[in-house]
Design a protein around this ligand. Structure first.
Ligand SMILES: *Cc1c(COP(=O)(O)O)cnc(C)c1O
Length: 432
């Protein structure tokens, strides 16, 4: 057996440059330059690059309405506002997600109620939702994590049975699909972020999509006063108020819209290239003990790999070798493997304090939930075994094979790693 790099051997791989993302092309630069030459740096109504971007999302998803906004967070806030939440209404949200999936619920004076996730996928566990139902439950928000679709068939069936709205946070999963439909087409309203890391990158930006006219009009009124409000808010209920709206400004910058429109035109090619790399890596990992590809449930039609590819660690197959020792040994061989670092929401101060929001948000006589961080075994199970590798968007079969070989080398030496770790020898110290 070859000596592990962690134990003073030669690393199996040479350093490789990190993935280049976002990919701003010459065409993007030309589109942006053309905008600047025309002085087209703001829009009041639905026009130009913004309209083109919205049309792109409507045709990608087949939805009736799309509204470009200045961030994914704004899209989520607009979605919750669109649902017409009342003070004290409850929205069930996954405990493991980016914070913007749940935090805008507070700004509606509504109550985010955290729920556990599937320990294998990290996504909202449909089977656990019933435990959180109360007479004030109004909606469920679900995140499609790391390009993998959540179990929408079961979540929407549950929501329908209990008269709840469904919000999809598609920020990490542009172009993914499940149960015969793209993500963003399963619930009542969906939010996409166009932040620089996302599959479609404006730098900063977002898109809300819905078929529901009332949700759309309320979203327009929240952040798009005067021209857009007058154009698009035409119902008997709201028509008179479109001009003033509710006074926020959530407009996307035309430069961001132009970058996102270009990126959207390349989305399919990017997802195909990523899938070619990571389906190869997944097939190679299947054959290596101690590690498995990310769990892909039967409902998944298309994965839209995001910035990280997340295999699962199986310590039982390596004699119980601690995940951090394994990861350190793999990194020493030249594979940029890491582990997720963001804490789940129920371990954030905002969900552990009964008082932080006092004087800011007013959920009526319904109080915000307080957590001690131990509530969700599914989250803990997911994080205990989650590994992370960077996602490359260009064709890299050699790199994928190299990674698999380096991981194999570590696995072959798991016994020695474990022995050294158990005896507290220096190489693995501080890692376990
Ligand atoms: C990126 C992201 C957001 C927020 O997007 P911004 O555009 O940065 O506001 C929301 N939810 C999830 C799951 C995300 O990954």
């Amino acid at each position: 057996m070859t000596r592990l790099a962690l134990h003073g051997g030669e690393p199996l791989l040479k350093p490789v440059e990190r993935p280049k993302w976002p990919n701003v092309t010459e065409d993007d630069i030309e589109a942006v330059t053309a905008l600047l030459r025309r002085g087209e740096i703001t829009y009041n109504g639905s026009e130009g690059e913004v309209q083109a971007l919205e049309n792109g999302y409507r045709s990608l998803l087949g939805s009736a309405h799309a509204l470009a906004v200045n961030s994914g967070t704004s899209a989520l806030h607009s979605a919750f506002f669109g649902l017409d939440l009342r003070p004290g209404d409850e929205v069930i949200a996954p405990a493991y997600t980016f914070l913007a999936t749940a935090m805008p619920v507070f700004t509606c004076n509504a109550v985010p109620v955290l729920a556990d996730v599937d320990p294998e996928t990290g996504m909202l566990d449909a089977g656990g939702l019933a435990a959180h139902l109360t007479p004030r439950t109004r909606a469920v928000v679900v995140t499609h994590l790391m390009g993998f679709p959540a179990d929408m068939a079961r979540i929407t069936a549950f929501a329908r049975a209990h008269g709840l709205a469904v919000v999809e946070d598609c920020s990490q999963s542009h172009g993914a699909a499940c149960s015969g439909r793209p993500v963003g087409r399963h619930g009542d309203v969906a939010a996409f972020s166009l932040q620089a890391k996302k599959q479609v990158a404006a730098g900063e930006g977002g898109v809300l999509v819905t078929d529901d006219r009332r949700i759309y009009e309320r979203a327009v009124m929240l952040g798009h006063c005067i021209d857009r409000g007058e154009q698009d808010v035409t119902s008997e209920e709201y028509g008179a108020y479109g001009r003033t709206g509710f006074g926020l400004n959530y407009r996307i910058h035309p430069v961001g819209a132009a970058l996102a429109r270009g990126a959207l035109s390349r989305l399919d090619a990017v997802l195909t290239a990523r899938e070619s790399n990571y389906s190869l890596l997944g097939a190679l990992l299947e054959a290596i003990p101690g590690i498995t590809p990310p769990v892909r449930r039967d409902h998944v039609d298309r994965v839209a790999h995001y910035v990280s590819y997340q295999p699962r660690y199986v310590p039982g197959e390596l004699g119980g070798l601690p995940i951090d020792v394994f990861t350190e040994a793999v990194r020493a061989e030249g594979v940029p493997m890491s582990r997720p670092t963001s804490p789940p929401l129920h371990r954030e101060a905002a969900f552990q304090s009964a008082t932080w929001h006092t004087g800011t948000y007013h959920p009526g006589d319904n109080a915000y939930r307080v957590y001690d961080g131990t509530e969700f075994p599914g989250v803990d199970g997911y994080l205990a075994r989650a590994l992370r590798l960077p996602v490359y968007s260009d064709d890299r079969p050699g790199l994928m094979k190299g990674w698999a070989e380096a991981i194999s080398k570590v696995v072959d030496n798991a016994g020695e790693l474990l022995a050294r770790h158990a005896s507290g020898a220096p190489a693995a110290q501080g890692a376990g």
